[in-house]
Design a protein around this ligand. Structure first.
Ligand SMILES: Nc1ncnc2c1ncn2[C@@H]1O[C@H](COP(=O)(O)O)[C@@H](O)[C@H]1OP(=O)(O)O
Ligand SMILES: [Mg+2]
Ligand SMILES: [Mg+2]
Ligand SMILES: [Mg+2]
Length: 339
């Protein structure tokens, strides 16, 4: 008998690999010195839409009844104003899929991501490019896809085209795909590898928070760096943080490159989105780690498109979880929310 969710796992890997190729192709063709100095974000926009269309088309082929909660919608590609961008996206998608897709089919594929989410049945959640700033810098970004069943994340795949397979050799062998299914463990494989070779991932065995290290956002606007410095002080952490963009941070903690990923609220109004955390969540849990919000409560993926019942995210190797939550509570408790 095939393993639980074997067909979903294979389709999700195929979808994330194809979307990762789309992103890498866009980076090579469209990101230039000029776009960077002008802070031109159009290349990442093309890649975002292209990757969402490719993943949704593959999901529809394999699981036509499954709805999708995707980050993007086709609004900006519609009408005269969107025509030039739309043409670029359609060309890009057609270079990546087996059967040619018309403009309408591409737009419809993107808009298969409009589902509202919720607590019953199956739905996928997709972040076609997570870490747009990392993508534009040629650093870390990820294509993230997860399957949620009755409000629980059951499968997650994170494609990391620029992540080294082994952090001790940071300049070689880049391109990792991390995958986890409920109850089956977390694995990494080489993105675009010929075979199906996979290596099991384990979160670190660091038991004393003093010996731990953080993995944090590059962008201070996505997680409060000031609060994390205070938390490090309380825990006696002296090791330098590993800084990177995107859900690659979850993969880094899942395989022991770092021990703690903090995403501390920067404002009381920002609500985290399910596609930013679903795949990483199961990968951490299946690697032996533990994830919660800043109160120590599990993330609730059944509330719709956002994590509206949670504030912030703390991912740890498991062993240091209680100490980290205590330090987070002390730090955030000392000030007004979002201050
Ligand atoms: N104000 C914000 N607070 C937290 N996360 C944000 C905010 N704005 C965007 N994001 C999302 O944070 C993630 C990247 O943050 P980081 O790389 O620091 O972890 C992305 O998912 C990004 O969306 P996007 O998917 O559009 O890149
Ligand atoms: Mg994102
Ligand atoms: Mg995104
Ligand atoms: Mg975005």
């Amino acid at each position: 008998m095939p393993a639980y969710l074997a067909a979903e796992r294979a389709a999700a890997i195929e979808a994330v690999e194809r979307a990762s190729r789309v992103c890498t192709a866009v980076f090579q063709r469209l990101v230039t010195e000029e776009t960077l100095t002008k802070r031109d974000k159009s290349p990442v926009t093309v890649a975002d839409f292209g990757a969402q269309a490719v993943v949704n088309a593959i999901l529809e082929k394999h699981f036509p009844d499954d709805p999708v909660v995707g980050e993007e919608d086709s609004k900006d590609l519609q009408g005269e104003a969107g025509r030039a961008l739309c043409e670029k996206v359609v060309d890009l998608v057609n270079a990546a899929v087996e059967r040619p897709m018309s403009t309408d089919e591409v737009l419809r594929a993107i808009d298969r991501g409009q589902y509202a989410g919720g607590s019953t049945g199956r739905h996928w959640t997709l972040d076609p490019i997570d870490g747009t700033k990392g993508f534009l810098r040629g650093e870390q970004f990820a294509v993230c896809l997860a399957l949620i069943i009755d409000g629980k994340v059951s499968l997650g795949v994170v494609g990391c085209p620029n992540l080294p397979f082994d952090m001790s050799r940071p300049t070689e062998d880049r391109g990792v795909l991390a995958v986890a299914v409920e109850g089956q463990g977390a694995f990494q494989r080489r993105l675009h590898a010929d075979g199906d070779a996979e290596e099991r991932m384990h979160a670190s065995s660091v038991a004393n928070a003093r010996d731990a290290s953080f993995c944090e956002s590059v962008e201070a606007g996505h997680s409060s760096h000031g609060d994390s410095a205070r938390i490090a002080e309380l825990l006696g952490i002296t090791k330098q943080s590993l800084r990177m963009d995107s859900q690659c941070k979850y993969v880094a903690v899942a395989r022991g490159d770092a021990d703690i990923y903090l995403r501390l609220p920067v404002s009381s109004s920002y609500t985290e989105k399910i596609w930013d955390h679903a795949a990483g969540n199961i990968i951490i849990r299946e690697a032996g780690g533990r994830v919660s919000d800043v109160s120590g409560e599990p993330l609730d993926f059944s509330a719709g498109r956002t994590l509206s019942r949670n504030k912030g995210v703390i991912a740890t190797n498991g062993r240091v979880f209680d100490a980290v939550i205590a330090a987070v509570q002390r730090t955030l408790g000392d000030k007004a929310p979002g201050a």
